[in-house]
Design a protein around this ligand. Structure first.
Ligand SMILES: [Zn+2]
Length: 397
């Protein structure tokens, strides 16, 4: 049976009735609709805001210990400490990637996160085990959840011989995006690292998404190299830089031209705006420049961080806070980052809440988008392909 949602608040059109047919949004209308239409199921949308289905643009689905015993974090303070600790610890506890990825997907679905770009570790210790099991989880939930996988050489692509070949195999197996990490800090060879990433991208005809945590001038230098390579390879629109903290440094002389170059090379920026970060890319400024900047949860309850709930609505709140947003229209920018802009990064088709779009959306209890972002209510109704799949925090499939 098809569905009519009555009197729901649409972010741009106001109070509307939404008619779903099959897996599509057939009509969004202010016309009066009576309950006598027998072929429709009516849902009272009054008091709810209609959000496009949430997009987590940067996740690590293979890492979470959510649902397991509390993980006591006694890891060293450097990034490399966390990398080595995780690699070794996962080997000792015989980490079950399939089970953890499945848990993460089920959690995401009940919160309204229907699309995720997740990095999955590829290294010479665990080889392709994590990827194999995450691919299994993706298969299990394929009708409900869009999972885009980035082959992620977290331990380094150049510093650990054999990683390039594993990345090559990962892309053959079904990874969708070529990942990378700190070409200087971690990989110790900026040009070599970036050349290798783009070589894999060309060979497999895949987009690129590189973690750049490097701050200050070093980060800016690596960004320059990525921009140059993107243009040289004609990959404008197919390259993302995750984090790009250096864009938040207070040196306009460096960041201003860099932002212009990012815009001209049509590179996506993805940032997660964790509270403990000293500098982050300015969301509003980049959006106003026309740069596609998306948000994500990044690590969620794993060996890197004890924090995170998997909730992208909560992430919108954190993004707003980190950017110092108070005005309602500014808070709404964080919604754009975690919906439309993430969808653009992932290349989702027919995404949105207008007529003709796929009927994937979330009704969130509240009076405005900003109120929903501030209160993060658990009262949500999640639609996938025109059907309700979760309500009040419970999955119904
Ligand atoms: Zn990450």
């Amino acid at each position: 049976m098809d569905t009519i949602i009555k009197d729901v608040l649409h972010p741009t059109l106001g109070r509307v009735n939404v008619i779903l047919e099959g897996n599509k949004i057939k009509r969004v209308t202010t016309d009066y609709i009576t309950d006598s239409e027998q072929r429709y199921e009516f849902i009272d949308g009054e008091g709810y805001v209609m959000f496009p289905s949430f997009v987590d643009g940067h996740a690590h689905i293979d890492k979470t210990v959510y649902g397991l015993d509390w993980y006591v974090n006694d890891v060293g303070y450097e990034r490399i400490d966390r990398i080595v600790n995780e690699r070794d610890r996962r080997a000792r506890i015989n980490f079950n990637y399939f089970e953890q990825a499945s848990r993460y997907i089920e959690l995401s679905l009940k919160l309204g996160v229907l699309h995720m770009r997740s990095h999955v570790d590829i290294d010479t210790q665990h080889k392709l085990k994590g990827l194999e099991q995450v691919l299994e989880a993706r298969k299990k939930y394929k009708d409900l959840f869009d999972l885009q996988i980035v082959a992620f050489p977290q331990s380094g692509l150049m510093v650990r011989p054999g990683t390039y070949e594993l990345m090559d195999e990962a892309l053959r197996m079904g990874a969708d995006v070529v990942g990378g990490i700190d070409p200087a800090w971690i990989d110790r060879d900026p040009k070599g690292s970036i050349d290798a990433i783009f070589k894999l991208a060309e060979k497999h005809n895949k987009p690129v998404d590189i973690h750049i945590h490097e701050s200050g001038d070093l980060g800016a230098f690596d960004l320059e190299l990525i921009i140059e390579k993107t243009i040289a390879m004609g990959m404008q629109g197919r390259v993302s830089i995750s984090h790009a903290f250096c864009l938040g440094m207070p040196n306009d002389k460096v960041t201003k031209p860099l932002k212009e170059k990012i815009k001209n090379a049509n590179i996506n920026i993805i940032n997660c705006y964790q509270a403990y970060l000293p500098a982050v890319p300015p969301l509003k400024e980049l959006m106003e420049m026309g740069i596609n900047i998306a948000g994500g949860n990044d690590d969620m309850r794993d060996m890197w961080t004890p924090y995170g709930t998997g909730d992208i609505l909560e992430r919108m709140q954190l993004i707003s806070m980190k950017n110092g947003f108070r005005r309602d229209e500014d808070l709404e920018l964080s919604m754009t980052a975690c919906t439309f802009n993430g969808a653009k990064v992932m290349g989702l088709e027919n995404y949105g809440i207008d007529e003709g779009c796929n009927a994937n959306f979330v009704l969130v209890k509240g009076r405005t988008i900003s109120e929903c972002i501030v209160t993060c209510p658990s009262d949500r109704i999640v639609f996938r392909n025109g059907k309700i799949i979760a309500r009040y925090g419970e999955n119904l499939f």
